[in-house]
Design a protein around this ligand. Structure first.
Ligand code: DGT
Ligand code: CA
Ligand code: CA
Ligand code: ZN
Length: 577
């Protein structure tokens, strides 16, 4: 076997350490030692894992005792303590600047000294304003190159939405799934963990003839560039910037490999520590009993977790947030699944800006097996979205009641998505809100207000007894818009106190609340509702993206309004009035 992933990973860390040391103006010889070792490991013909196992690390030119220890530490634990410490001592903006091609530690220090540049934004601003070209040894060309590098870096480092990765994953699984001799195939990594965005896509498979599978993979019509191509693995680029890694692995190791490549990295670090504590070493290849070096192979992940005395941990929970402790004690919650949901409490219709009638939306919901659907159109201040004036809402209440009579098998609830106005007042009078079954209240305007103002608006909506759910509570849009300046803690406290639910908006670019906030909400006893905010029947299918968030937040059926039966739901909504 030749040079492996580990060689490259370790070399990258050692290079980074050299640069960080230079940034801190450390001893010249120390810096040279790190970059020399990095170069040697990068160009080493053998797999570093093998060299380490045979205790030959110090035979690599440039690798002395200190660096050999760091390599061992990395292979054992997945990280290097002194590297973490260096990173921690470096302002994060400066560490990021090292990733801009053409910028080394010397230039970064000089830019800091002369122009007080300490992060990417500062750098971009200075280059745009032409203050960099005036510095010694810089000039116009370098300034332009810096701007170009920043642009490339930003594009490269933008994570893609889960919903962008999903059709790519499905196409690959279908494409490769048809090859004779292919056994298992699945996505791993952050995609399998249901993260809202993914950095790259990881695919694992087992097959009787790996070469054939790899050959088909790199020749798929969607592939635009082949980055690496070996007997059992390959990396390609699709859709301009999206990287897909394929690994064909041994059948008997499938359980440990899948566990390893599903991550997260932090979860795996804890898993390996736990294994060591029990006298085993856990790798992607096997669980090795240290006493007699016996390799134990597992074909399923369930067996791997069981072998370490853990309950099976669903991929979405593997973020090193207490899941291992809970699994050790056998008290992992039973997290919600798509099939547990009985309705959608926030969809639009052609009464406002939806593209389908009430009947069409309800029929689509019936096909999904739902018990109820709430039609929540906009209120008047959202003029561009066809918000309904009060008389129109009254007409709609009648129309929905008639549609509900006419349609068997599902209950159509009349609702509204009432705007929380800039002064905190709601866009309909209380009497009218009281006539709706479901009231979602959302902020759509005045999003730039101060933390105090926005928090106050949300809390006054939460305290209104007619309001059942706060829509997309933080207002963020992934990769596009930051959340409102919000005191989320205060909002959660108010919701817990009043029993008002918070939405997990399932639109894949919103996912608001996100996983972390939803977990915090659950811990404070706040109820939530996963709503699609669908504007046409197809968008009802977005529910699964909200379920990913809920699972990552450890939510159970009892935490969700729309996991209730219609009867329970109506009682819960009424009890608030
Ligand atoms: P991403 O792609 O940034 O959204 O996140 P992941 O979690 O998919 O990370 P990725 O693609 O770098 O690696 C896939 C999995 O491989 C990761 O979740 C955990 C596993 N893994 C475990 N230990 C290591 C390690 O030491 N280095 C790397 N690169 N991956 C590791
Ligand atoms: Ca990945
Ligand atoms: Ca990857
Ligand atoms: Zn809406």
């Amino acid at each position: 076997m030749t040079n492996s992933v580990k060689n490259r990973e370790i070399a990258a860390i050692l290079y980074e350490m050299a640069e960080l040391l230079e940034l801190h103006a450390e001893n010249r010889f120390k810096i040279i030692a790190f970059s020399k070792a990095a170069r040697a490991i990068e160009s080493l013909k053998e797999d570093i894992v093998q060299v380490c196992r045979e205790k030959r690390l110090q035979s690599i030119p440039g690798v002395g005792k200190a660096i050999a220890q760091k390599v061992e530490e990395y292979l054992r634990t997945g990280r290097i303590q002194s590297h973490q410490e260096l990173l921690a001592q470096t302002p994060s903006g400066q560490a990021e600047l090292l990733k801009i091609s053409g910028l080394g530690p010397k230039t970064i220090n000089m830019l800091h000294e002369k122009l007080n540049i300490s992060n990417l934004d500062d750098l971009e601003k200075a280059a745009t304003e032409h203050s960099i070209r005036r510095l010694p040894r810089m000039g116009e060309t370098r300034e332009k190159n810096i701007l170009r590098s920043i642009e490339r870096y930003k594009k490269r480092s933008q994570r893609i939405l889960y919903s962008t990765a999903e059709p790519i994953v499905n196409e690959i699984l279908t494409y490769l799934g048809g090859i004779a001799g292919l056994e298992h195939i699945t996505a791993a990594g952050s995609f399998r963990r249901g993260k809202e965005t993914v950095g790259d896509i990881d695919i694992l498979a087992t097959a009787t003839s790996p070469e054939e599978v790899v050959a088909s993979f790199v020749c798929m019509p969607m592939v635009e560039e082949v980055l690496a191509n070996g007997p059992t693995k390959a990396s390609v680029i699709v859709q301009e910037t999206i990287q897909v890694d394929l690994r064909i692995v041994e059948h008997r190791s499938y359980g440990t490999v899948l566990q390893y490549f599903t991550g997260s990295k932090d979860h795996n670090v804890r898993m390996r520590q736990l294994a060591l504590g029990r006298g085993y070493s856990l790798s992607e290849y096997s669980l090795t009993r240290l006493a007699d070096s016996q390799d134990l192979f597992y074909e399923t992940e369930e067996e791997v977790y069981a072998a370490l005395g853990l309950q099976y941990i669903p991929p979405e929970m593997r973020e090193e947030n207490g899941e291992i402790e809970a699994a050790l004690q056998g008290r992992l919650p039973s997290i919600v699944e798509l099939k547990d949901l009985r309705g959608d409490l926030h969809v639009h219709s052609s009464w406002s800006d939806g593209r389908a009638s009430v009947q069409e939306m309800a029929e689509a919901a019936l096909v999904l097996g739902y018990e109820y659907i709430a039609i929540c159109d906009h209120s008047p201040s959202i003029g561009i979205a066809g918000g309904l004036v009060p008389e129109k809402l009254e007409q709609k209440i009648e129309a929905v009641a008639a549609a509900n009579e006419a349609l068997e098998g599902i209950t159509i609830l009349v609702g509204t998505e009432v705007d929380i106005k800039a002064d905190g007042a709601l866009d309909y009078p209380d009497e009218l809100l009281a006539r709706c079954n479901v009231v979602v209240a959302s902020v759509h305007m005045g999003q730039q207000q101060t933390e105090r103002a926005i928090t106050g608006r949300l809390i006054s909506a939460i305290e209104n007894k007619n309001v059942d759910i706060i829509g997309h509570p933080t207002g963020r849009i992934i990769n596009q818009r930051e959340p409102y300046d919000l005191d989320l803690q205060a909002v959660l406290e108010a919701a817990a106190r009043t029993g008002t639910a918070l939405e997990i908006n399932a639109y894949p670019g919103r996912l608001d609340l996100n996983d972390i906030n939803a977990r915090a909400a659950k811990d404070m006893g706040v109820r939530m509702s996963i709503n699609t905010d669908a504007h046409d029947p197809k968008m009802l299918l977005n529910m699964k993206y909200g379920v990913n968030v809920a699972r990552r937040a450890w939510l159970e059926k009892k935490d969700l309004l729309n996991a209730m039966s219609l009867h329970e739901l109506m009682n819960t909504l009424k009890s608030r009035q």
